[in-house]
Design a protein around this ligand. Structure first.
Ligand SMILES: Cc1ncc(COP(=O)(O)O)c(C=O)c1O
Length: 397
């Protein structure tokens, strides 16, 4: 008899989304490319238009088994989810999720720590379509209740914030939102469902830039939204109306990446933490913003809600200027200089949160650098950072 004990996420991820009729025995779903789907006759075509197209070949924009398999795998990793849809980027996933819960006249509460293009979408397109946005301190917790007005419809969280790493009190915010009938959306790209099963915490829409850890190899752009039952229908409607679809080739790459995400995340997390501790002990560094460090805002919520760390964090230099920060980053040999994160390779970029914030003030002792810790040996990364800090000191002298 089959063992019915629920398997742990690292086990489920290996075969999640696999269906015999989609794979025919091939271990990962092959790339099914399609625009036209042919029908037997006119009656079949007409019938098809009146049926639910979920997981049924209808027209290429509604996907093929390649996309369905990845979407199902992501749903399986989020206990409590009804379904997942894929998008051509993380930003497209954020935008569509917001449009699925908002209408003209509504107000959105947006964490001050969110990824800048999420702000840009709210300040630009949402505003143009009559949705107002109110920014809130990511550390607000249950205090968010005071911001809720008659038109408030949704609360958007990003935890930790991907530049400044404040960890939000998700259960407290969700509890208030539920009492007021507000939708909750979380950009869960940092933790992924492996480190933070968001829907189990009561979040309605969990958003991933699959471009990062799911893809894992810096060669694909993709986003996903996983919805709780009450939000699945509207998410599908909105996605279909906007013509949102992800290419099967990109879904294939992300599905391939997903199979190894648990081991990669473990390595990113351990090496990231080791590097963060090393940096924290350095005299050139004023602060390390890493959720697993006790002085990170929201560290208690991190310990309570998360199952581990990812490999992205920021450090703040103790003094110095733009030129000294550039000298540090330019000196690094193992850290590429470029946007994005979640791939196998380490990256470093300058970050300036004061340019974005409006509800809270970013105060820092010096310029900040965000590190994506890749899959290299952490001792080599630390040696590289040591050389970078020496260049920083020389630039200051
Ligand atoms: C936290 C976060 N959310 C969303 C995105 C957007 O993802 P994409 O680049 O796939 O549009 C990013 C990209 O850097 C991100 O860091």
């Amino acid at each position: 008899m089959a063992d019915e004990t629920p398997k742990r996420p690292a086990t489920r991820i290996v075969t999640a989304g696999r269906r015999e009729e989609w794979t025919q025995g091939i271990v990962n779903p092959p790339v099914w490319r399609a625009s036209t789907i042919l029908y037997d006759d006119v009656a079949h075509l007409r019938r098809s238009g009146t049926q639910d197209t979920h997981h049924r070949l209808f027209y290429g924009r509604r996907g093929t088994p390649t996309q369905w398999s990845l979407a199902d795998a992501l749903t399986e990793l989020e206990p409590g989810a009804e379904g997942t849809l894929l998008y051509p980027s993380g930003v497209a996933a954020v935008a569509t999720a917001l449009l699925s819960v908002l209408a003209a006249g509504d107000e959105l509460l947006l964490a001050d720590s969110v990824y800048d293009p999420t702000r840009a979408f709210a300040n630009g397109l949402l505003k143009r379509f009559g949705v107002t946005t109110r920014y809130y301190d990511p550390m607000i917790g249950a205090g968010i209740e005071a911001l809720i007005g008659p038109n408030t419809k949704a609360v958007f969280l990003e935890s930790p914030g991907s530049l400044t790493f404040e960890v939000q009190d998700i259960p407290a915010i969700v509890a208030v939102a539920k009492r007021h009938g507000l939708a909750t959306l979380l950009d869960n790209t940092w933790a992924t469902p492996l480190l933070l099963p968001a829907l189990a915490l009561g979040i309605d829409l969990s958003i991933l830039a699959c471009t990062k850890y799911v893809g894992g190899h810096s060669d694909v752009m993709l986003g996903s939204v996983t919805a709780a039952p009450g939000h699945w229908r509207s998410l599908r409607e909105t996605s279909y109306r906007l013509g949102q679809t992800a290419s099967p080739d990109d879904a294939f790459l992300a599905a391939r990446g997903l199979r190894t995400m648990a081991v990669r995340l473990k390595h990113h997390g351990e090496s990231g933490l080791r590097t963060a501790h090393w940096l924290k002990a350095r005299p050139e560094i004023a602060r390390v913003l890493h959720p697993a460090l006790p002085d990170c805002p929201g560290h208690d919520a991190f310990v309570r809600d998360f199952k581990g760390s990812a490999g992205l964090f920021t450090f703040v230099l103790d003094g110095g200027d733009e030129a000294a920060r550039a000298a540090l980053i330019d000196k690094l040999e193992l850290f590429g200089i470029g946007y994005s994160w979640g791939g196998f390779e380490s990256l470093a970029i300058p970050v300036d949160p004061d340019r974005y914030r409006t509800a809270t003030r970013w105060q820092a002792e010096g310029p900040a650098v965000r590190l994506q810790i890749g899959l290299e040996d952490p001792d080599d990364l630390i040696a590289d950072l040591e050389a970078g800090l020496a260049a920083f000191r020389t630039a200051l002298a």
